[in-house]
Ligand binder design. Structure first.
Ligand code: AHR
Length: 335
């Protein structure tokens, strides 16, 4: 494996050093400014390109990765926050390749546009593990494994719940606040709702716009929709932070959310999201589990041991509604 190659290189370098008069000096500048890989030959070096910090879910995901890939656990983590920009992720991956990390972990912004840089990682012999959202590449040997959520299944759960709740309604006016366009989380959740709208003759899509998975944008979208439409039954938000923003906008407009007002549907089930479910503000929250650190670690451990890994691994997920949630259910959860 890569780790062994690194140890061999270190050994050869020190043997060569013995034959030279001066081998000292500062380690080469790796260019990223994020970590000094030199001196960490006993640690497995992981370069992690994170989407950004757009949501509470993302914060929990970053925390899971950082606490898993710690020095106490035998890792050196080089973390890069791409601020929701694919070009930043491509630069980060190139920096990881230059630094000759042992593994690259990529949480991709969108699904497309990865072929070239993943080919570069493959040429450098560095295994790439994709986490959370998926990538669409022409050759799936460009990455070693993917672990994350079944976003389409998440959307289907929300649509099924809506069908059960609103079967008797003559017309259901729905506002759809989408996630970052082109990300698997948006594509799966949007496809499920679009299909629900096609299937249910009483469902009327009033507006469909991206809130980019942020609270500020979710609020902005909802404010502008409320200026043009007063008759809204459901707001389908593609994550908790968009839901928080939408709720703020609805309440600021003098309307209520929940049982006697506008039904808010969300995804993620962060602690703050579930508190809103308990308060009756979010009627349904579908789980999207962010605790991927230990799952990626398991993949790396298997690769280090020369074992086969699953190419695609979906995480088991559940859902919570305001009628059945309890405080104990929230307390039991880790994020
Ligand atoms: O890809 C997972 C999604 O990305 C989460 O639903 C969202 O909160 C995050 O920003």
């Amino acid at each position: 494996m890569k780790m062994k190659q690194r140890l061999w290189s270190a050994l050869i370098a020190s043997v060569m050093c013995l034959g030279l008069t001066a081998c000292g000096g500062a380690p080469a500048d790796t260019g990223s400014g994020t970590a000094d890989v030199g001196g960490s030959d006993d640690l497995i070096v992981v370069g992690f390109s994170q989407v950004g910090a757009e949501s509470d879910w993302r914060t929990a995901n970053t925390e899971s990765m950082k606490s898993t890939f710690s020095e106490e656990n035998g890792y050196k983590l080089i973390f890069d926050d791409a601020q929701q920009k694919q070009e930043n992720q491509i630069t980060a991956i190139r920096n990881f390749i230059q630094q000759d990390v042992d593994y690259i972990v990529l949480a991709p912004t969108g699904e497309t546009g990865w072929d070239t840089v993943l080919q570069e990682a493959k040429n450098a012999g560095i295994p790439v593990i994709i986490v959370d959202r998926q990538v669409q590449v022409s050759d799936d040997s460009l990455y070693t494994a993917w672990v994350g959520s079944d976003f389409r299944a998440e959307g289907d759960k929300a649509v099924k719940w809506m069908e059960e709740q609103f079967a008797d309604k003559d017309q259901l006016n729905i506002v759809h606040i989408q996630g970052t366009i082109g990300s698997s989380a948006q594509i799966g959740r949007t496809d499920a709702l679009n299909e629900g709208v096609e299937k249910n003759a009483n469902w009327n899509l009033v507006a469909q716009q991206s809130g980019e998975f942020t609270q500020a944008k979710g609020q902005e979208v909802m404010e502008s929709v409320l200026k043009q439409n007063s008759d809204i039954d459901v707001v389908y938000c593609e994550n908790d932070n968009e839901a928080f923003g939408a709720i703020d906008a609805i309440e600021a407009a003098g309307k209520t959310v929940g049982k006697d007002g506008i039904t808010v549907i969300s995804f993620d089930t962060t602690r703050a999201g579930l508190n809103d479910v308990l308060a009756g503000k979010i009627s349904l929250d579908v789980e999207c589990n962010p605790l991927h650190g230990p799952r990626v670690q398991e993949i790396i451990e298997k690769l280090e041991a020369g074992e086969e890994v699953e190419k695609t691994a979906y995480v088991d997920e559940t859902q919570f509604d305001s009628e059945t949630i309890t405080q104990e259910m929230i307390d039991e959860r880790a994020y």
